[in-house]
Design a protein around this ligand. Structure first.
Ligand code: GLN
Length: 275
């Protein structure tokens, strides 16, 4: 029962405080999603609580209960920002992470030619491939995923773009064409990592990478040469403690021109190998 706005707000922020370090920001985000008003209104009373707004606040109440049950905000609001725009996300796809923007940034800054062909493996909500496709209209992107449900979301996110296509497949198994760039943020968490408990709302398929977390990376690296053009580049995201292992797998598969990169938090995060 919503009595006064002040009381409702205070009680909501207090509830969110039990599960969040930043309850005010979370309240503002959920408020904005439920009411369609900008976040700036969340902490004010500068709007009339008419019957429509009353419904919005009921919805906000529901969002807050969902959040208190541990559901991540993007799965409640259905959107998450990545690179330069907002993407639709559902529980069929991983929530895009800010560190993954490093892949996009590196690919755009290190590859300046026109008409390149890019393969985005395990695209999920499509954020990597779509961000690149938007930045580089002359490039052609093929994005894959094993999950048809994820591909459906990625296709919706790509509406209006002509230079990206989607195909269902298992890593490089049925890919015949050659590419200038292959990019992937594959699942890389070890199957028994206790950290997975915190990620329980996200699809396991997009997170678990086998006993050491590197099965998908191994599968991609093993086959990447056959689909890379001469001097083509492979960009992979990996876990903060996996750099040396990924380096070793690359060398075992005859990749010798390799560079590694840290994310904004100073963790080893991306590796680039040239064929
Ligand atoms: N970066 C994600 C996490 O640690 C994992 C993403 C992945 O497996 N590709 O929460």
């Amino acid at each position: 029962m919503i009595r006064s706005l002040d009381e409702f707000r205070q009680a909501s922020i207090k509830k969110l405080g039990k599960i969040s370090d930043d309850p005010l920001r979370e309240y503002m985000e959920l408020f904005s999603a439920a009411t369609g008003l900008s976040k700036a209104y969340a902490l004010t009373n500068f709007f009339e609580v008419n019957s429509k707004r009353f419904e919005d606040l009921r919805l906000l109440e529901k969002y807050i209960s969902q959040r208190c049950a541990g559901i991540p905000i993007p799965y409640i609001t259905g959107i998450e920002g990545f690179w330069k725009k907002e993407f639709r996300v559902t529980t069929d796809t991983l929530i895009p992470r800010p560190e993954t923007e490093l892949l996009v940034e590196l690919i755009l800054s290190e590859n300046r030619r026109e008409n390149l062909k890019v393969l985005d493996l395990g695209t999920g909500a499509g954020v990597i491939g779509i961000s690149i496709a938007e930045e580089m209209p002359s490039w052609n992107i093929l994005a894959t995923d094993i999950s048809l449900l994820a591909l459906r979301e990625a296709k919706i996110n790509s509406l209006g773009l002509k230079n990206i296509n989607f195909v269902q497949c298992f890593w490089l198994n049925s890919i015949r064409a050659n590419f200038d760039i292959i990019v992937s943020n594959p699942p890389y968490i070890c199957n028994d990592d206790p950290h997975l408990e915190n990620l329980r709302h996200e699809p396991r398929l997009a997170l678990e990478g086998g006993g050491d977390g590197l099965d998908p990376a191994r599968e991609i690296i093993k086959k990447a040469k056959k689909n890379l053009m001469e001097k083509g580049r492979l960009y992979l995201e990996h876990g903060y403690d996996q750099k040396d292992n990924v380096l070793q797998i690359l060398r075992q598969n005859d990749f010798f021109t390799i560079r590694t990169y840290e994310d904004f938090a100073g963790h080893d995060r991306v590796i680039r190998a040239q064929s």
